[in-house]
Design a protein around this ligand. Structure first.
Ligand code: NAI
Ligand code: 1J1
Ligand code: MG
Length: 264
């Protein structure tokens, strides 16, 4: 799995504010508004304990600090434990945490100790970026392109299919693509070398890959939103500018908001 770096998390508050204004322009609601509407929940003083985890590749500089800033941004009362791992978990609960946030290299979870609900970052991220994409006010049809159908992308694509969108999709991994075709009814469409209907353009694109430049100019329509948790970004700054793309992309906060609202 592609891990975040401290560079990805630089100026997280600014990144979050910028993403929030893009989401507002694209959908008419801010990130909170979408989470509230989608999950039907509102934070109410739940105390969030953030536990640094040293296993595997270890602590990522500013990961916990970013989560702390993000929780605060969305209206939660949060703190980072002094100790990591099991001692940190004990410390969080002892100090009144009602929600635990913690991540190793494979799983980033949010656990509500009061109601037992638990959330995993990957599906929560895929679903919320897909939900944002699905609400694009200037969309010219109910067709979407979903690129990257892995642990984040598949749940996002499933969400779009379930919402009644006609989902064109691609993953470089043939097995994953076939699984999406058979279980979700996704129409295979390779944006880089489209067979047959090479002229197809999209106003809604959802991308979740760890690769750059996965979305070529040929598939971008005049009014287009690209909603993507994937790092690095699916398109270059130059192409974004040239095509006037509305880009929803942020390294941690939107997915974390989705996790938190989903367990209230
Ligand atoms: P994953 O490895 O499960 O899935 C990525 C998929 O992209 C793979 O199936 C791979 O075959 C496919 N892929 C790679 N290059 C491709 C290409 N050129 N065209 C089409 N498909 C391609 O990874 P996961 O967990 O789904 O994460 C995806 C990305 O999202 C990563 O960059 C990860 O760091 C990022 N991420 C971002 C979050 C956020 O809050 N912004 C949260 C979680 C993950
Ligand atoms: C490891 C997080 C790895 C990612 C969202 O406590 C710490 O500092 C480390 N153990 C955190 N996961 O990088 C995923 C989560 C985006 N990428
Ligand atoms: Mg995010």
């Amino acid at each position: 799995m592609a891990l975040l770096t401290p560079e990805d998390l630089e100026n997280i508050n600014k990144q979050l504010q910028e993403a929030d204004s893009t989401v507002r322009r694209v959908t008419g609601l801010d990130i909170k508004g979408i989470c509230k509407d989608f999950y039907g929940t509102t934070p109410c003083c739940e105390k969030v304990g953030i536990v640094p985890v040293t296993s595997g590749n270890g602590i990522i500089g500013s990961f916990s600090e970013s989560l702390n800033a993000i929780a605060g941004y969305f209206g939660f009362d949060s703190f980072i434990t002094d100790m990591p791992d099991v001692s940190g978990y004990y410390e969080a609960v002892k100090n009144g945490a009602r929600i635990i946030l913690m991540a190793d290299d494979n799983t980033f979870l949010a656990h509500n100790l009061k109601n037992g609900k638990i959330a995993n970052n990957q599906p929560c991220t895929g679903i919320i970026y897909a939900e944002i994409a699905s609400r694009y006010l200037k969309a010219d049809s109910k067709e979407v392109l979903a690129v990257g159908l892995g642990k984040v992308g598949f749940p996002g694509a499933a969400h779009l299919a379930q919402k009644g969108f006609k989902v064109y999709g691609y993953d470089a991994d043939r097995t994953l693509l076939e699984k999406s075709v058979s279980s979700l009814g996704i129409i295979p469409f390779n944006p880089v070398s489209p067979e047959g209907d090479g002229q197809r353009k999209f106003s809604i694109i959802f991308e979740a890959t760890p690769c750059a430049d996965t979305i070529p100019e040929s598939v971008i329509s005049e009014n287009c939103v690209i909603s993507t948790p994937g790092i690095p970004c699916a398109i270059s700054k130059e192409l974004q500018k040239k095509c006037g793309v509305e880009l929803v992309m942020e390294p941690l906060g939107i997915g974390t908001a989705s996790m938190l609202y989903s367990i209230l």
